[in-house]
Design a protein around this ligand. Sequence first.
Ligand code: SAM
Length: 232
Amino acid sequence: MNAKNLSDRLAQVASYVEQDSVLADIGSDHAYLPCWLVQNGRIQKAVAGEVVKGPFESARRTVEKEGLADRITVRFADGLLAVEPEDGVSVISIAGMGGTLIASILAAAPDRLEGVTRLILQPNLHAKAIRLWGAGNGWLVKEEAILKEDRKLYEVLVLERGEARYSEEELLMGPILMKEKTDAFREKWEGELRELTRVCTALDASTPTEETLEKRRQLEETKQLIERVLQQ
Ligand code: SAM
């Protein structure tokens, strides 16, 4: 992957960036996503935010090398603090991190979301944390995708402003994904079921305590929920 050729995962994120948006890509690493979007005429300008020195320098180098320093501002900042009011950011992307970290980044600086109409989020795991944050903070799931790349399954969530109430199934598996039930979706949740069964078997073989019995009960509930959705 480089600024000219995105991975399928980042290409899916890019596909959700509306024409002529102003993007802030948080946790931008090499800044491939904003560079690709500018070079392909999809957006005019962007901010790339990074909180770690090495990736920050990589992002700066890519932007310089591609001759895009007048269009892409690379900022060394924690999460949404990379977004300044005068940037006029309309879309924020956060990709390649855990869902819990993404949700905590969104929760940490709600004032920086002013003027933002779309969030494109690609959690490597725990997408539920993002749906929960959205439902509690006036953002609903507008689009969802699941794809496989290099033997890994990735979810991409698009949130827009609005109110939503989700069932436990929808929070865990995705309100749109669980309706579509693509092959990648089935593969992900059949894998999760196998893993849950493995943990349950290990717990059954151990000496029961109040804590392990409670854990076992919760895992069984989650297993049944997943099985119900896959069978629908
Ligand atoms: N977004 C790129 C992608 O999807 O390919 C890079 C993903 S990389 C695995 C995650 C990046 O997020 C790292 O470069 C890390 O330094 C950065 N990061 C983690 N927490 C962050 C935060 N609070 N603010 C800004 N960047 C952060």
